[in-house]
Design a protein around this ligand. Structure first.
Ligand SMILES: *[C@@H]1O[C@H](CO)[C@@H](O)[C@H](O)[C@H]1NC(C)=O
Ligand SMILES: *[C@@H]1O[C@H](CO)[C@@H](O)[C@H](O)[C@H]1NC(C)=O
Ligand SMILES: *[C@@H]1O[C@H](CO)[C@@H](O)[C@H](O)[C@H]1NC(C)=O
Length: 752
């Protein structure tokens, strides 16, 4: 079926088909690490309070080494170095009267009528500003936290409780998006109990409160606020702007499309104090533009319209941070998520472009062609661009134009014109993102940590593709940071401490940004991993520090090509030959599981007495599985050396050598008798392996000096003997040496 026909039938599917054809639809992580593995070997730490849910607000206090957490009825102070260490808790429940009122209003007393802490900001050296839902009665307070981590203070400042309307949402299901600039709080929330009056609101501080025009769908149309940032526009603080990221129902969409939700970036000037005669205490500099994250296609674009999170990656230039965002699809046809990156210059360009205009209800949205009044709406009153010193001085035509034209005609497109990374039909949705810029041997790389709705974190690196600024995302790791598959609700990153903090409904987790040793024990594995945090130091895969002048630091993030970097590297763990026995007509299983999920396995075979090495065919008697090679109905001529290699990026790395001996019936019978003389299953390591080994191999104690692993030859359905202990530990099964062998020494054995 051609793409054109598919498009004619179901557009959405045709686009999915185009995505799949592009090969960009679903990536497999190189490493997938379970919760248990992360906890046991990679220092995953968790925190939870008893009978407390909804860890949603995370606040990093790098200077004092603290992580503040807002949850149901609690504010908690944790150590950034180890969140499992003793926590300081502040219980802050909603008063009984409010809970009863909330219950009378038809809300659930046990799950909704609680004080869910939604917002935490550092207010000054000694206090936090905290706001919660207060059982549908939003409330804010200052929380005294003291100067130092060790100080035993964490309490509500006396008399500081105040109305949190317009700061915290009422409904625990809603998010709070806000930024504290100086003493002023800029927030995007629903400011009423029914959740219908949405506002972008400035409160606290000395100046009068300013908000958006209420109940005007051109300004805000059932928005869901995601993030708010304060970004300077020039050296002059009078030009500073506050940017709001949200999604809302599109006013500009054709009615045929129904309730179409789109993503937006909105701006206001920090020094906006509202109009003099109209728009009194309302924003006069509010503008918004559509944020597009889509994959271009011949039949049309595939849109990811549901903005989920925004991370602002600072750059040397304070005015031009990069905006890393995650989106999901709002389509019912297919489920997908994408990362799109925007530059501030593209955002500003949209606000300097044409205004969207609609002449009347029966007209189309068009770019406004008429005269735009001066000063151009959206510009801040400042000496940089004009002579106005306050928005109250703006002429009436400016105020009128601003009220009627909040929407820009042009959209903001992502850098490179397409998503940096996307996953389609992966079974999860991206919900959160944080980014770290890392100095590697061959330049700077952005490492993305993406939280999902299934309790996992994806680690993705952005590498240049073709000519800059085009980049593509490579999925390095998938980390199951929560025991359950809870939705990741919040993330914070500490580049300084190399730690990631992840919150969900059920817990908070802390994990290091790197796990270099988990990439493997060979130079090639370390190199193929393309992890900017890690490098090969000549003996192990370890943390890379660009400042450390070390000679043997091998790293190639851009190409991940071990053939040049690791050639002549003699430190590769020596491949030991293991012995496996099978019986004619029976089956045997040769284990080989590469660490990398992106590698595929190549089995080769060298028959006894032959020099030629051939590829093991994929045919009736052999079956290649993800865990190894299954050989059925064994024949004597299957005896020989089997070698398994992991092939990745065209680079082949031998993982395991197995010498298979296929025994005939008579030999097998002797084996059976040996087993009989060892009646009950011996405790501990299965000693009978060794005994049998010595039976079939006279003087078996010496010989190869290599590792032996004996595999029985019964049908697989019967209980297979387990391999000896050392081999079962961990995933790296390559080099196993039964330790007790040498102690017992050689023993005279029966001969065949
Ligand atoms: C973190 O703190 C907990 C509780 O004190 C302790 O059991 C654990 O070993 C610590 N972990 C690390 C990596 O320091
Ligand atoms: C911080 O703010 C709180 C609340 O306004 C105030 O009581 C306290 O004195 C302030 N502390 C400092 C060090 O300014
Ligand atoms: C598998 O290994 C054989 C022998 O080394 C080699 O000739 C062949 O190209 C390899 N196959 C793949 C797919 O790498």
């Amino acid at each position: 079926m051609g793409r054109a026909t598919a498009a004619a039938m179901i557009p959405g599917l045709a686009l999915l088909w185009a995505l799949l054809q592009g090969g960009a639809a679903l990536s497999t992580p190189r490493l997938r690490l379970s919760f248990q593995e992360l906890q046991a070997r990679h220092g995953l730490r968790t925190f939870r309070l008893e009978r407390t849910c909804c860890y949603e607000a995370l606040l990093l206090d790098e200077e004092h080494g603290r992580l503040f957490v807002g949850a149901e009825n609690h504010v908690v102070s944790l150590s950034l170095d180890n969140i499992s260490k003793r926590a300081k808790k502040l219980a802050w429940p909603a008063p009984v009267e409010w809970r009863e009122e909330c219950n009378w209003a038809g809300k659930d007393i046990g799950t909704e009528c609680m004080n869910f802490i939604k917002l935490l900001h550092i207010y000054n050296h000694t206090h936090l500003l905290a706001c919660g839902t207060g059982a549908f009665h939003p409330t804010c307070a200052f929380v005294e936290v003291g100067h130092r981590l060790e100080e035993p203070v964490l309490r509500l400042a006396l008399g500081s409780l105040e109305d949190g309307k317009g700061k915290s949402p009422y409904d625990p299901r809603h998010r709070a998006a806000s930024v504290l600039v100086g003493e002023e709080l800029y927030s995007g929330v629903a400011a009423d109990l029914m959740g219908r009056d949405f506002t972008i609101f400035r409160s606290l501080g000395q100046r009068p409160s300013v908000r958006t025009e209420p109940h005007d769908s051109r300004w805000l149309n059932e928005p869901k606020f995601i993030k708010v940032f304060w970004i300077p526009e020039s050296e002059n603080p009078d030009d500073d702007k506050i940017y709001f990221f949200f999604r809302e129902l599109a006013v500009e969409a054709a009615p045929a499309l129904g309730r179409l939700s789109l993503s937006r970036v909105g701006q206001i000037c920090r020094n906006d104090v509202g109009g003099q005669r109209s728009l009194v205490n309302k924003w006069t500099t509010f503008l918004k533009a559509r944020l597009v994250c889509s994959v271009p296609g011949i039949e049309g674009d595939t849109y990811f319209d549901h903005l989920q999170d925004v991370f602002l990656l600072p750059s040397k230039d304070r005015q031009s941070p990069l905006l890393y965002t995650v989106f999901s699809t709002s389509s019912s046809i297919f489920q997908g998520s994408a990362v799109c990156v925007y530059s501030m210059s593209d955002v500003r360009r949209a606000f300097l472009g044409p205004f969207a205009h609609k002449e009347g209800p029966m007209h189309q949205w068009v770019p406004y062609q008429g005269r735009v009044p001066y000063p151009r709406p959206g510009m801040c009153p400042s000496k940089t661009f004009g002579t106005f010193s306050s928005t109250k001085d703006f002429p009436d035509d400016v105020i009128q134009f601003a009220r009627n034209h909040p929407l820009m005609y042009n959209s903001v497109l992502p850098m490179g014109g397409r998503p940096l990374f996307l996953q389609v039909s992966s079974g999860y949705t991206f919900t959160q993102i944080v980014v770290d810029r890392v100095a590697a041997a061959d330049g700077h790389y952005d490492v993305l940590f993406i939280g999902t709705d299934t309790g996992t974190v994806l680690k993705v690196i952005s590498v240049p593709k073709g000519s800059r600024p085009n980049s593509e995302g490579l999925l390095l790791e998938e980390l199951q940071v929560f025991e359950d598959s809870a939705v990741v609700t919040s993330m914070q990153i500490s580049s300084k401490r190399h730690q990631l903090y992840v919150a969900s409904k059920s817990a908070v987790a802390q994990i290091s940004l790197h796990r270099c040793a988990s990439h493997g024990r060979a130079c090639a594995e370390c190199c193929l991993a393309r992890d900017p945090y890690c490098a090969w130091d000549g003996a192990t895969c370890t943390r890379f520090q660009s400042s450390a002048k070390r000679r043997f630091r091998r790293q190639d993030i851009r190409n991940g090509d071990p053939s040049t970097l690791c050639s002549g590297d003699s430190s590769r763990p020596k491949l030991l030959e293991q012995k496996v026995f099978g019986v004619e007509g029976g089956s045997t299983f040769l284990e080989c599981e590469p660490r990398s999920l992106q590698a595929h396995v190549n089995w080769t075979f060298q028959r006894v007495g032959e020099a030629a090495r051939t590829q093991v065919p994929v045919e009736g008697r052999t079956e290649h599985t993800a865990q190894g090679l299954l050989l059925r109905r064994l024949r004597r001529q299957d005896s020989g050396v089997y070698q398994c290699a992991a092939v990745e990026q065209g680079f082949s790395q031998p993982l395991r050598r197995v010498a298979l001996h296929v025994l005939n019936a008579a030999q097998a019978e002797r084996l059976a008798r040996v087993e009989e003389t060892m009646p009950a299953a011996p405790p501990g390591p299965k000693l009978w392996y060794r005994d049998f080994l010595q039976l079939v191999e006279p003087g078996g104690g010496g010989g190869h000096g290599g590792a032996h692993s004996l595999r029985m030859c019964r049908p697989l359905s019967a209980s297979r003997p387990q391999p000896p202990e050392p081999q079962r530990k961990g995933r790296n099964r390559r080099t196993h040496v039964p330790e007790q062998r040498a102690e017992r020494g050689p023993r005279s054995a029966a001969h065949w």
